[in-house]
Design a protein around this ligand. Structure first.
Ligand code: SF4
Length: 364
C-alpha cells in the first residue's frame, strides 16, 4: 500500500533501532504528546525496542480524554432535552460523565447522532428547522478550523437552530504546564504532527528555549516515531534543545494560514479545564462574542451542571505521564472499555484504551 508500507518497513525500523542503540549513553525520558502516537507506540511495541533506560511517557494529547467531565454532563443534559438533535463524533458517546453518557441518552430515546464532519450537523440543522441541532465541538487545533467553518456556514445560511458545545484545547499551554511542573520527568518531547500542520512550529521555539528541552515534530507511523525518537535523543546526547521537524513532508513553520484565520475569526483564547488535570491558563478556545448565538451553553443555559469524577480514576496522572495505565488499580478490573471509569479507557486515542487493547496480557 503506497504511503503506508514505506513507513512500516521492518528492515528500515531495525536500522533505526540500531542507530538509537548506538547513540544512547544514559537514561532519558521522552514524552509523545499525541494519543494517536501513543496507540502506534503500544500497538507496534516501539517502546519495547528502545535501549534500557530510554522511556516513552504518554502525554495529554487525547482530545476526548481531556474534555472536562462538566462538559460531558452538559452534553448529556442538552441531548436529553426534547426537540434536540445532538451531533457528535462517535468516540464521545461512551465517555463517562458523572452520572451518564451520550450513549445511554440515546438508548433512552434521545436523538443523539454520530456525524463525521461538523458540516453534516449544519446540514441536519438546515433539514430540521423546527428542532435545535447541537454539535459537540471537541478537539485540539486540528479540529477547530472545521468547527469554526461550521459556525460560519450556519450564519451564512441564516440558521437560528444550530449551535456548538465547545471544548477546544490548545497544545502549547498544556506542554508549558507539563514542562513547568515541579514533578517534571520529561527530558524531550515528540510534538504532534497534525497539530503543527495547522499551527506551524513557531509556538514551540520559546518552549524549547525556556525549558531547555528538545522538541521534535513527529508523525504517526512506526518509522516516523523511531526517527523522531532518534532526533530527540541525538539532541539530548549533544546537549542541544531545539525544535526539529521530522514531519517535513506535511508541516511548514507557519502551518496552514487559511485554517488559522478561520479559527481566529470565530474563536478566542481563554482559560480551559482539562479533565483530570484542572484549569490550564489560556489553554482553550471559546466562541467570540459575535458568535454568542451559536454557543450551546448560552442557548440551553446549562450553567451549574456537572458532577464529580470517579474516585477510582487516575486518568489525570496518566495524561501527565506520571502513571502507566496498568499501574492504575482499576485497570482491567473495575475499569474496562465496556465499563469505563475514565475517558482514557474509551477514547480511540486514550492511553488506557491502548494498553487494554494491546498489552492486556500484562495484567496481574
Ligand atoms: S484504567 Fe480506568 S480508572 Fe484507571 S486511569 Fe485509566 S480510565 Fe481511569
Amino acid at each position: 500500500m503506497k504511503y503506508l508500507d514505506e513507513y512500516r518497513d521492518p528492515a528500515a525500523a531495525r536500522r533505526l533501532v540500531e542507530a538509537i542503540r548506538g547513540l544512547v549513553t544514559r537514561p532519558w525520558n521522552l514524552m509523545e504528546v499525541c494519543g494517536g502516537q501513543t496507540h502506534a507506540i503500544v500497538r507496534f511495541g516501539i517502546d519495547e525496542l528502545l535501549p534500557e533506560g530510554v522511556r516513552l511517557i504518554h502525554g495529554p494529547g487525547c482530545p476526548v480524554c481531556v474534555t472536562p467531565i462538566e462538559l460531558i454532563d452538559k452534553a448529556v443534559a442538552i441531548a436529553a432535552r426534547p426537540g434536540v438533535i445532538f451531533c457528535s463524533f462517535g468516540d464521545m458517546l461512551r465517555v463517562p460523565g458523572s452520572a451518564s453518557d451520550l450513549f445511554r441518552v440515546r438508548s433512552e430515546g434521545g436523538d443523539v447522532r454520530v456525524v463525521y464532519s461538523p458540516l453534516d450537523a449544519v446540514r441536519i440543522a438546515a433539514e430540521n428547522p423546527g428542532r435545535q441541532v447541537v454539535f459537540f465541538a471537541v478537539g485540539f487545533e486540528t479540529t477547530a478550523p472545521a468547527n469554526a467553518l461550521s459556525v460560519l456556514e450556519a450564519r451564512r445560511l441564516g440558521l437560528a437552530n444550530y449551535s456548538v458545545l465547545v471544548s477546544h484545547v490548545l497544545v502549547p499551554p498544556a506542554l508549558e504546564a507539563v514542562l513547568g511542573s515541579p514533578d517534571r520527568i520529561v527530558d524531550g518531547l515528540l510534538a504532534a504532527g497534525h497539530v503543527c500542520a495547522v499551527m506551524g512550529t513557531e509556538a514551540y521555539h520559546p518552549l524549547a528555549a525556556r525549558h531547555r528541552v528538545p522538541i521534535v515534530v513527529t508523525a504517526f507511523e512506526p518509522l516516523d516515531l523511531l526517527q523522531g525518537i532518534h532526533m530527540a535523543l541525538r539532541q539530548l546526547e549533544e546537549g542541544r534543545a531545539e525544535v526539529e521537524n521530522q514531519y517535513d513532508r506535511v508541516v511548514r513553520p507557519g502551518g496552514n494560514p487559511a485554517a488559522r484565520a478561520v479559527m481566529d475569526e470565530v474563536f478566542r483564547v481563554a482559560d480551559r479545564a482539562w479533565r483530570g488535570i484542572g484549569v490550564i491558563p489560556m489553554s482553550g478556545l471559546v466562541l467570540r462574542e459575535a458568535f454568542a448565538a451559536f454557543d450551546a451553553e448560552r442557548v440551553f443555559e446549562v450553567e451549574g451542571v456537572g458532577g464529580p469524577e470517579s474516585p477510582h480514576c487516575r486518568s489525570g496522572l496518566v495524561l501527565q505521564g506520571l502513571l502507566k495505565p496498568q499501574a492504575c488499580p482499576a485497570f482491567g478490573t473495575l475499569c474496562t472499555p465496556d465499563n469505563p471509569l475514565g475517558a482514557t479507557m474509551v477514547s480511540g486515542e486514550g492511553a488506557c484504551a491502548a494498553y487494554y487493547r494491546y498489552r492486556r496480557h500484562g495484567l496481574a
